[in-house]
Design a protein. Structure first.
Length: 283
């Protein structure tokens, strides 16, 4: 009888201790553990401190509230051998690459087929060198709407010309100046860079001859060429790099989370929406 009472008391005590040990701690469902996602986040060296903070906060929230495991490698200039080794050693469901400067090397790594994970490349700034047009077709690409950028540039130029500002244009033959801005009778206001070693001398002469107020580079050029033109002594604008974009990284990351939770990832290009792109403006 004593033994039975002891066993009964022991079992009762065990049940009480077990109940107290789990009280207030939510149990993680096995389904969540089985379906736990993993993410590799790769960010470029050009990423601003506020953007890094937003990405870091989002990753913590992904892990704490949504049980998403992640590795974050930051301040990269390219995807090098260390990234390739990481992809070989670990399995990731989603791989994010933030930073235009990382796209060329990312294309090469994606082409090697090292990971079955879904790649997403996110443009961090305006693309003045045509990098995004070369993104691997198997990846998802988020980019700033080029039509919005061109609309903003066009309005700025139209407003400038409406003030009767005299402009000298610098471009290449494969990027002609729209006739609305430089009619055929004003062809002597255009300087072509193609195979023209004397472009600066020609530009200086035309600026003085026409008493021009502004020089506009209508084609992407090196900064040294812009600085050289500034020595003429008038306003110089590189229109290809004259627009700045402010991105809402907190919203961008929230939308990536929603995409993962709904399994709605798709390859191909997509533009940032109105909530993700805060502002476009002329510098």
């Amino acid at each position: 009888m004593v033994i039975k009472r002891f066993v009964l008391a022991f079992l009762l005590l065990s049940f009480i201790l077990t109940g107290c040990g789990n009280r207030g701690i939510p149990a993680i469902k096995q389904e969540l553990l089985d379906n736990k996602l993993s993410v590799l986040m790769l960010t470029g060296a050009s990423m601003s401190a506020p953007a890094k903070e937003s990405v870091g906060n989002a990753l913590q929230q992904w892990r704490d509230a949504n049980f998403i495991a992640f590795d974050w490698i930051k301040d990269l200039n390219q995807l090098d051998e260390s990234i390739i080794t990481k992809l070989k050693e670990s399995k990731y469901d989603y791989i994010y690459v933030i930073g235009n400067e990382l796209f060329p090397s990312a294309n090469g790594v994606i082409g090697q087929g090292l990971s079955a994970g879904k790649w997403t490349l996110l443009q961090s700034q305006l693309d003045t060198k045509g990098i995004t047009s070369q993104v691997n077709e198997q990846a998802s690409l988020l980019q700033i709407d080029s039509l919005q950028v061109e609309t903003l540039k066009n309005k700025w130029i139209q407003d400038l010309l409406a003030q009767n500002i005299v402009v000298e244009w610098v471009t290449r033959s494969d990027r002609p100046i729209p006739s609305a801005w430089a009619p055929s009778e004003e062809a002597d206001h255009i300087v072509l860079l193609d195979n023209n070693e004397q472009w600066f001398q020609q530009l200086s002469f035309q600026t003085r001859q026409h008493h021009s107020n502004t020089i506009i580079f209508y084609t992407p050029v090196e900064d040294a060429q812009v600085q050289k033109a500034k020595s003429i002594g008038v306003s110089v604008v590189d229109i290809s790099g004259a627009v700045s974009a402010e991105l809402n990284w907190a919203q961008i990351m929230d939308n990536r989370l929603a995409m993962m939770k709904s399994s709605s990832w798709k390859k191909g290009g997509t533009i940032y929406n109105e909530q993700e792109l805060k502002e476009l403006k002329m510098k």
